[in-house]
Design a protein around this ligand. Structure first.
Ligand SMILES: [Zn+2]
Length: 153
């Protein structure tokens, strides 16, 4: 069973993942030659998305408590703003290399609301068994990475 560890470049912030059971840890960044540091695994989310799927914890959205969005201007539609809590390892390109998603855990992203699917009761139940707090469960959305619209910087 692979044990995936994440390392962050102390210079440019690039993130590398290694399977601790089969791969050596990265030492210096190929891009900027700075040392890599192991990222704290406390943030490891118990549901790992596959491919380029992202799991987001909602921070805000244009939807009222009653579930209604009333646009104030023509052309507006509803968005969700959330923090990325888990991200897939990527998809294979035609030449067999893995194309990593462009977002990382901790990023604050924006997505059109129709692209964000709230996780179901059954998945919530499994996450609760794995230690995710009840108040977090209703805020979790699954979004294909290619549907993300923007990231706050
Ligand atoms: Zn670097």
């Amino acid at each position: 069973m692979p044990v995936i560890l994440r390392y962050k470049c102390s210079g440019c912030g690039n993130i590398e993942e290694r399977d601790a059971t089969t791969q050596a840890h990265p030492t210096t960044c190929a891009g900027c030659d700075s040392p890599y540091q192991l990222m704290p695994e406390a943030k490891k989310f118990p549901l790992e998305p596959l491919g380029s799927v992202v799991i987001v914890r909602k921070i805000a959205s244009d939807i009222s408590a009653g579930g209604v969005y009333v646009p104030t201007n023509e052309g507006q539609f509803a968005y969700i703003i959330g923090e990325v809590v888990a991200v897939g390892l990527g998809i294979y390109s035609s030449d067999g290399t893995i194309l990593r998603p462009m977002v990382n855990v901790g990023d604050t992203v924006v997505a059109p609301l129709p692209a964000a699917k709230q996780i179901t009761f059954e998945i919530q139940r499994h996450l609760k068994e794995r230690g995710v707090a009840q108040e977090e469960l209703d805020k979790l959305f699954v979004i294909p990475e290619q549907m993300l619209a923007a990231r706050f910087v």
